[in-house]
Design a protein around this ligand. Structure first.
Ligand SMILES: [Zn+2]
Length: 406
């Protein structure tokens, strides 16, 4: 087994989801914290001392020359997962970063500037609803007031959960000092599609991230008895919500290149013999052109209002997050491709902390081949050989960056 796979093997038993399959590692919950402990232990084994900043981002610095922590090369990813996610989304980037440090040291590389390793909290947004929450707080893309008021499915606020994890809610917010430490950021991630399978290559350089957003639709009706309420007397929000799901697909199909998904749908109270009083559903929309994303959401919202009214219900639509299309730094992408001439340039439909950081510092990503093309699912995969090839590619890129001044 390759060194990269050995690192991942140490966490293969943590956060397994017996119901959904795969892994459920929500941020600040025990499984994610165990992974963070593993990461910190691996950092310390390499003589790198982890520190948590005021937004909950964990950093460690390899800085043999004692250079000032500014304009550093930084790599890293996240350790939280979606419910029932795969083994590689997030942890592969962290394991590859650790492995890259080992490779650089074996090669005798003496960095001309510091190398930082970073782990971002709540990248998936699977607990508090906003993806890349850690990097958004760090960069000021979300206000601390809004972030702290976010709630998880059990009704706990982000403020309370963060406090329980040892963070001070008063410290959250844009951190210019932390940002100034980053000269270039490079995130390695398992590919979340089948681009590399089709191209027959193990590693790609990212070109862009599709713009994407999440909207919460709340359909209000009247909760009532399933046996005594005549069909004509019902105001059933689940019926309206189901039609909204279908409408979202129809609207998306009318705008080529759009991806629209409802993956979460919650009737309240959710009893077999109860007509629901309310249904919450979440719409995820992505398109390369932000104007198309906006048009799709506007059209779905308009149809949702009609469909709800047709069932005697009402609907509220609330934007939970919105990230415009990100073009990664072209000069940095060119540089990565000069180091990795066999690596194709690939766009992605998945969001990443690198996409948030790209608005502030030169940022690049590497993707490692996923033979199933499936992600956010237990079927997500990366072969032993490709995992190691990804780490080697990351080390090659970091070496090139570290040996030149910022
Ligand atoms: Zn990820």
């Amino acid at each position: 087994m390759s060194e990269t796979s050995q690192l991942l093997a140490a966490i293969a038993g943590t956060g397994r989801d017996a119901v959904r399959g795969g892994y459920s590692r929500p941020v600040f919950a025990p499984a994610e914290r165990e992974l963070l402990d593993w990461c910190c232990a691996e950092l310390r084994r390499r003589g790198l001392e982890p520190e948590t900043d005021r937004n909950g981002v964990v950093w460690a610095w390899w800085n043999p020359g004692g250079a000032p922590l500014t304009g550093a090369v930084v790599t890293g990813s996240h350790l939280d997962s979606v419910p029932g996610g795969g083994a590689f989304d997030g942890p592969l980037g962290v394991a590859s970063a650790l492995r890259a440090v080992d490779l650089l040291r074996q090669r005798g590389v003496e960095p001309a500037r510091p190398l930082g390793l970073a782990v971002f909290p709540e990248e998936e947004g699977s607990r508090f609803g906003v993806a890349c929450l850690g990097s958004r707080l760090l960069t000021g893309a979300i206000s601390p007031e809004r972030a702290l008021a976010l709630t998880d499915p059990d009704g706990n606020t982000f403020a309370d959960v963060a406090r329980a994890a040892g963070l001070d809610p008063a410290g959250f917010g844009r951190d210019d000092e932390a940002l100034a430490r980053i000269g270039q950021f490079v995130e390695l991630h398992v590919e979340q599609g089948r681009g590399l399978v089709d191209l027959g290559a193990p590693v790609a350089v990212a070109g862009s991230i599709l713009g994407h957003g999440r909207w919460r639709f709340t359909v209000h009706g009247q909760g009532n008895h399933a046996g005594t309420t005549l069909l004509e007397d019902r105001r059933d929000p689940l019926l309206a919500a189901s039609r909204i799901v279908v409408a979202a697909r129809e609207v998306a199909a009318g705008h080529p290149g759009t991806r629209a998904t409802v993956g979460r749908f919650q009737p309240v109270p959710g009893g077999t013999n109860v007509i629901a009083s309310r249904v919450d559903l979440w719409l995820d929309v992505r398109h390369a052109q932000d104007a198309v994303t906006a048009a799709v959401v506007a059209e779905v919202s308009r149809r949702a209002a009609e469909l709800a009214a047709g069932e005697g219900c009402t609907v509220e639509v609330r934007e939970e997050s919105l990230s415009p299309t990100v073009e990664f730094d072209p000069a940095l992408a060119r540089r990565l491709r000069a180091v990795l001439p066999a690596a194709p340039l690939l766009p992605t439909g998945a969001g990443h902390d690198a996409g948030v950081l790209a608005a502030h510092v030169p940022t690049a990503m590497l993707f490692t081949r996923n033979p199933t093309g499936v992600s956010h699912s237990p079927e997500e995969h990366c072969t032993d050989e490709d995992a190691e090839l990804g780490s080697v590619a990351l080390a090659d890129v970091l070496q090139d960056l570290l040996l030149s001044p910022a």
